[in-house]
Design a protein around this ligand. Structure first.
Ligand SMILES: CC(C)(COP(=O)(O)OP(=O)(O)OC[C@H]1O[C@@H](n2cnc3c(N)ncnc32)[C@H](O)[C@@H]1OP(=O)(O)O)[C@@H](O)C(=O)NCCC(=O)NCCS
Length: 142
């Protein structure tokens, strides 16, 4: 059974542990202080499996859109549909904007496939967007 809820400061350590396992030394991984900031200022939904957070999605609210800033599912829980549930739940809750954007590494096939499943389309190639690769800017209009 899984539950999705808004994450809070009590989840800080759990989120940080997941982040390090999933992004594994990627310079792109969020620090603990970034999580603390985002938990206070932005929107993080966590998905619980057996009452423990196994993944999260982080959204930044913009004037006319939401930007998906990070999404991660803990290694042992990938491929079970949890990221799909987090996205579904986000679109049910974030209804005040019609435009959603994100950036993703061009070689992250798994994530790109997931985003396309939810209607995101590649809008632009972002040259050298990441330290080690180019990115795609993707957009979805609901
Ligand atoms: C990308 C990520 C969030 C997906 O999470 P997940 O819970 O495993 O995803 P789901 O089980 O909901 O699968 C969703 C879709 O992803 C794609 N997908 C999942 N596993 C895949 C695989 N092994 N190969 C190819 N596509 C795959 C499929 O399109 C799948 O949908 P489908 O099952 O209907 O075909 C997860 O793999 C992750 O945390 N990766 C590392 C961090 C990352 O890359 N985050 C995104 C950065 S922008």
């Amino acid at each position: 059974m899984h539950t999705i809820r808004q994450a809070n400061l009590n989840d800080l350590n759990t989120l940080f542990v997941i982040e390090n396992r999933v992004f594994n030394n990627d310079p792109f991984a969020l620090s603990k202080s970034s999580f603390r900031y985002h938990l206070q200022k932005n929107i993080i939904f966590g998905i619980e499996v057996d009452e423990k957070i196994a993944g999260y999605i982080l959204w930044l609210k913009r004037k006319d859109s939401y930007r998906l800033y990070s999404l991660a599912v803990d290694n042992d829980f990938q491929g079970l549909g949890l990221a799909s549930k987090l996205l579904e739940n986000s679109f049910e809750n974030l209804k005040d904007k019609k435009r959603f954007t994100l950036e993703v590494k061009v070689e992250n096939k798994k994530a790109i496939k997931l985003y396309k499943k939810f209607g995101f389309k590649i809008k632009k190639v972002l040259k050298d967007y990441y330290e080690d690769s180019d990115g795609f800017l993707m957009e979805m209009r609901s």
